[in-house]
Design a protein around this ligand. Structure first.
Ligand SMILES: Nc1nc2c(ncn2[C@@H]2O[C@H](COP(=O)(O)OP(=O)(O)OP(=O)(O)O)[C@@H](O)[C@H]2O)c(=O)[nH]1
Ligand SMILES: [Zn+2]
Length: 199
């Protein structure tokens, strides 16, 4: 049974000025230290904005040119600071293959493979992530109805299959920059991500 272990206030964002609460959990069977960040007590509102963000050390911390993860996280923090919402930061680095394997995949991508071909070449599926524990954490907060911030149909499908009612899907912007355009286009064409490349 998943339940909240601790809830502490902190301030986040590029200027460390956006108030939020940081939560840890008991009972996560994977042993992964997933956390939630709650803005404006959104867990006490009906159908809050929720983002299920998968760990990306290279993007989230270093704002790597290879992906859009850090920009998506910054965008979501800003938005939820205004509108309220909850970010679950899921420790599923590299779409579940881990950091070192992701770096191996980057090496293959530098030699010409796309993001999915590189995973497959290393013996992994396209995406090893699972969102069952994410659903359990939502339920631990008393939430089953959410507005999900994503462009990824896999997240919508898996959360729904785990008893979460997604009343609305809210896309993120397409954060195109030098270095990540073909990564984003591959996610759209092969992974069926719904990007709005105009915004
Ligand atoms: N294996 C692998 N993982 C990558 C690569 N680039 C980024 N990632 C990982 O992909 C994941 C991105 O996850 P999310 O931020 O949840 O985004 P998403 O699945 O694209 O879906 P949305 O942003 O919700 O639309 C993170 O775990 C990154 O570490 C790559 O080239 N190879
Ligand atoms: Zn990334």
């Amino acid at each position: 049974m998943v339940n909240v272990r601790a809830r502490v206030p902190f301030k986040v964002g590029l200027k460390s000025n956006i108030p939020a609460d940081l939560l840890s959990f008991n009972g996560l069977e994977s042993g992964k230290e997933h956390v939630a960040v709650i803005f404006k007590d959104a867990d006490k509102t009906s159908a809050p904005l929720v983002r299920m963000h998968s760990e990306c050390l290279t993007g989230d911390v270093f704002h790597s040119s290879r992906c859009d993860c850090g920009e998506q996280l910054d965008e979501t923090i800003e938005k939820m600071g205004e509108l309220g919402g909850i970010i679950f930061y899921l420790r599923q680095e590299g779409r579940g293959i881990g950091l070192y394997n992701k770096i191996d995949a980057y090496k293959l991508q530098s030699e010409g493979m796309n993001t999915y071909e590189a995973n497959n070449h290393l013996g992994f599926g396209d995406d090893l992530r699972e969102f069952g524990e994410a659903a359990q954490m939502l339920k631990a907060l008393g939430l089953t109805d959410i507005r999900l911030v994503t462009n990824n149909p896999k997240k919508i499908r898996e959360l729904s299959e785990n008893g979460i009612n997604i009343v609305e899907v809210v896309g993120t912007k397409a954060h195109v920059k030098d270095g990540n355009e073909s990564y984003l286009k591959t996610k759209a064409s092969h992974g069926h991500h719904r990007f709005n490349f105009e915004s």
